[in-house]
Design a protein. Structure first.
Length: 113
């Protein structure tokens, strides 16, 4: 199970987070997700401890601790639901525009010469 670490300083590096959690046991993995468009850190991390028994101690001890100038939030990570969240459908009956006639109605004959 992963640990979610929120409200991280944007100056925090992966090694900094790993060092913070290494006081509770071996860190198996640490990721700091980046914004897809800007490539900048998003201000949170996920940490996996090698031994699950050390996770709760780290969560309890580090909750709301001021670290690198910010009060970090630490909790068990929630598993992602579904297939990556696509935003849902448009709703309605068919999702398209117009009804059975398919678009705009007739204005009544158009131009005559």
């Amino acid at each position: 199970m992963s640990i979610f670490v929120g409200n991280l300083s944007f100056d925090a590096e992966k090694e900094d987070v790993m060092d913070l959690f290494s006081h509770y046991g071996e860190v198996a993995r640490c990721t700091l997700p980046l914004d897809r468009e800007t490539g900048r850190k998003r201000g949170f991390a996920f940490v996996d401890m090698a031994d699950e028994s050390t996770e709760q101690a780290a969560i309890d001890d580090l909750q709301e601790v001021e670290w690198m100038g910010r009060a970090i939030r630490v909790r068990k990570a929630e598993p992602r639901s579904g297939g990556g969240g696509g935003g849902g459908g448009r709703g309605g009956r068919s999702g398209g525009r117009g009804g059975a006639g398919g678009g705009r109605g007739s204005y009544g004959g158009g131009y005559e010469d």
